[in-house]
Write a protein that binds this ligand. Structure first.
Ligand SMILES: Nc1ncnc2c1ncn2[C@@H]1O[C@H](COP(=O)(O)OP(=O)(O)OP(=O)(O)O)[C@@H](O)[C@H]1O
Length: 264
């Protein structure tokens, strides 16, 4: 076996599909919210998922992460079928999403919070409070993540005192502590002043080429600036997908947004 093949067992090869869904179906009572959804995200993608309110964007993320179970269809991560796995087992295999920082993390500083998340991944979280010195490697890894997220300069400040945009970046840092291959971001700049939301996406765009990112965003300026490809969801189904230029020129997409315009 070549060295490349050995590496490939753990890393998803470049040019390969990182995440895909096939025939994904979900209904809440009589309301179908996922209708035969088939998407493929190649390794290193920076894809946007857009669509009018209630189109089913968050539901699709919930189905992919395992927070909700599909009625039919399959989800594969790096070629492995993960449809039946619990959310935490999907995280272990390299699927991460962001969550709003909880009150525990708000009282810590970013270095403590991300170190704790790194220790959790390494299975040494119970030692975290006992002897910080034994966690030197974890602290270094956490600091490296914070630097990537441009949070190195505030790593000792209490999280709840950080500007909101920086708290949102910390949420991404916490997700990166799980060493994901695929990162799902549901409106990562929500609540951040519009002039600062580009900074968050700038940081996301600059993350490793090996990391695959799918983000939901309502601000079309941001979507067209940062997405390499756009998937348009309407009424639970993929309406169309394409490059930003293709989507911008698509009269059908324009109609969806102008006809039912809620955002940007
Ligand atoms: N747990 C649930 N039970 C019943 N209906 C739900 C549930 N979650 C979502 N829905 C409904 O499913 C539809 C899709 O919701 P979803 O949040 O996935 O849309 P969205 O595209 O993310 O919307 P938005 O842009 O407003 O966040 C909506 O009509 C919503 O009211």
């Amino acid at each position: 076996m070549t060295a490349y093949a050995l590496e490939g067992q753990d890393a998803i090869a470049k040019g390969a599909t990182a995440l895909s869904t096939k025939g994904l179906q979900k209904a809440f009572g009589s309301l179908p919210v996922a209708r035969d959804i088939a998407i493929d995200l190649p390794v290193g993608a920076r894809y946007a998922l857009i669509g009018p309110n209630g189109a089913g964007k968050t539901t699709l993320i919930n189905l992919i992460t395992g927070l909700q179970q599909p009625d039919a269809g399959a989800i594969t991560l790096g070629g492995e079928d993960i449809t039946a796995l619990a959310p935490q087992d999907r995280v272990k295999r390299g699927l991460a999403r962001t969550f709003q920082i909880n009150t525990l993390f708000a009282g810590l500083n970013p270095l403590e919070a991300v170190t704790l998340a790194v220790c959790e991944r390494r299975g040494i979280a119970n030692r975290f409070w006992q002897n910080i010195a034994v966690n030197k490697d974890a602290i270094e890894e956490a600091y490296g993540i914070l630097e990537k997220l441009k949070l190195g300069d505030v790593c000792y400040q209490t999280t709840r005192e950080l500007p909101y945009g920086r708290q949102r970046l910390l949420e991404i840092a916490l997700a990166l502590a799980t060493q994901p291959k695929v990162l799902l971001l549901d409106e990562p700049a929500a609540g951040v002043p519009q002039e600062e939301s580009g900074d968050i996406f700038e940081v996301v765009a600059g993350l490793s080429d090996d990391l695959t990112v799918l983000f939901i965003e309502h601000d079309m300026h941001i979507v067209f600036r940062f997405a390499t490809r756009i998937i348009v969801l309407v009424a639970g189904a993929v309406f169309t997908q394409g490059t930003p230029a293709e989507i911008a020129a698509d009269p059908g997409v324009r109609e969806v947004y102008l006809g039912k315009r809620h955002h940007g």
